[in-house]
Each structure stands twice: as C-alpha cells, then as structure tokens.
Design a protein around this ligand. Structure first.
Ligand code: AP5
Length: 220
C-alpha cells in the first residue's frame, strides 16, 4: 500500500503518521524529517536546502524527488509506505506516479487533512520538538510532563526555525498555491479522501483508521 498524507503545515501529518504506520505496518517517509536530518548533519544536501526551509519556500522539485524516490525502493520489511509531505507539487506527484508505475504500483489512498488557517497558526507557534528524537509536542494540546523537556530522552525542547509567525504565513501561502491543487489531481484518480483534522488527535486517528480499513479491505 502507498498511502499519502496531504495537508497544510501543522495539520497534524507528523502527529498521525507514526500511529498509522504502527497500525498498518507501513514505513514512514517524511520529506521534512529527511531534509531536516540532512541539515543537522551538515551534508552538502543539507546546506543546499537550508535557505528554502527556513524561509518557508519549497525545496526545488528535482532535489526532493531524487531523495524521496531513492528511499521508496526499500520498504524495510513493511507492507508499504506512508508518505508525509511528499508529493507537494504537481511535478513531484507526476514523478512519483511514473516511478511507482514502472514497478507496477500506484498511490492507493490520499488522506487530505482539512484545518482552517487560523488554527494552523495556533498549532505551529505552540509546537515544540525534541531535537534528539524528533518527538512533537504542543504547549497547550500536547504538553510534555516537565515543561520544555522531552518525555522520552530528557532533551530540552526547541522551536523549529521555520515555526515563527512570519514564516508560517509564507508556508501557508506556498501550500495554497502549490500543494492544495494536488487534491484535484488525486480526486480525479479516485484516491482522495478529505479528513476533518480540526478534531482531537484521537478522533482524527480513529477516522483515518476507518477510511484506510475501508479501502484496504475493499481491495483498492
Ligand atoms: P515539513 O516538515 O513537511 O513541514 P509541513 O508540511 O509544513 O508540516 P509540519 O511538520 O509543520 O506540520 P504537520 O502537519 O506534520 O503537523 P504536526 O503533526 O507536527 O516541511 C518543512 C519544510 O521542508 C517545507 O517548508 C519545505 O521547505 C521543505 N519540504 C518538505 N517537503 C517538501 C517537498 N515535498 N517539496 C519541497 N519542499 C519540501 O502538528 C503541529 C502541531 O499541532 C504539533 O504541536 C501537534 O502536537 C499539534 N497537533 C497535531 N494534531 C492536532 C490536533 N488534532 N489538535 C490539536 N493539536 C494538534
């Protein structure tokens, strides 16, 4: 199964992805996590993408596509992939389709998370992450047990450098211009399902499970 999570920044893709992967035995491929790891390691690729990420612009299609399609070759013993944050443009979606087709596969399901822009700003500016294990918290909705400390490895939590109000506005504009049109692309393929992501994380997860099971058991 190839499952894609589509949605604006802060919609909850990174919150739901590990839970879905555990439930359906999928390998999670998150373009943002992959690119951030390169930045952290200070690789040439990391240096190349840093400006795009911190300014809220998309990394060029050729770079992201090459990195993501290379990872798609190895399901690491899982039953398929969950793609979080990729594809994000029409060019990326077409490259993904072409690559999957050459292996007799296709995108089976796209869950498109729907959240109002005002709620997005609240979610993103309140988000804190663990720089060691990438665990995601929220000051109000999902606080750590000890203020500003990761529950898992006790590392001090940080604000992502692209989680400022100004950069969030840019990321949202980029989403509406470049990524939102993908809903139509996948709707025409008959694989898009919209999910109300303004509910609590548990409610969103329960709805997603229901949709994936319906598709999976329906054999599509
Ligand atoms: P990326 O890391 O993919 O960022 P994003 O898409 O902007 O998504 P986020 O990680 O901000 O949000 P999320 O949906 O995962 O929300 P989360 O679960 O954390 O990309 C970063 C950058 O990398 C891009 O700007 C671009 O430069 C580059 N890039 C990446 N992919 C690319 C591509 N394909 N092409 C080109 N460039 C690319 O939740 C947010 C907060 O809300 C958390 O604090 C969480 O606890 C809370 N929360 C989650 N769900 C709920 C809920 N239901 N109710 C209340 N709070 C909630």
């Amino acid at each position: 199964m190839i499952l894609v999570l589509l949605g604006p920044p802060g919609a909850g893709k990174g919150t739901q992805a590990p839970r879905l992967c555990a439930e359906f035995i999928l390998r999670q491929l998150s373009s943002g996590d992959v690119l951030r790891a390169e930045k952290r390691k200070g690789t040439p690729l990391g240096d190349q993408v840093a400006w795009f990420m911190v300014s809220g612009n998309l990394v060029p299609d050729a770079i992201v596509t090459e990195v993501m399609l290379a990872q798609l070759k190895d399901p690491a013993g899982r039953r398929g992939f969950l793609l979080d944050g990729f594809p994000r443009t029409a060019t990326q979606a077409e490259s993904l389709d072409k690559s999957l087709r050459s292996n007799g596969k296709r995108v089976n399901l796209v869950l498109s998370l729907q959240v109002a822009d005002e709620e997005i700003v609240e979610r993103i500016t309140g988000r804190r992450i663990c720089p060691t294990c990438d665990r995601v918290y929220h000051l109000r909705y999902h606080p750590p047990a000890k203020p500003d400390i990761c529950d898992v490895d006790q590392t001090p939590l940080i604000l992502r450098d692209d989680d400022t109000v100004a950069v969030v506005a840019r990321r949202l504009a980029t989403y509406h211009e470049m990524t939102k049109p993908l809903e139509m692309y996948y709707r025409e393929q008959g694989v898009l399902v919209e999910v109300d992501a303004a509910q609590s994380p548990d409610e969103v997860f329960a709805r997603m499970i229901e949709i994936v099971r319906g598709r999976w058991e329906g054999g599509s």
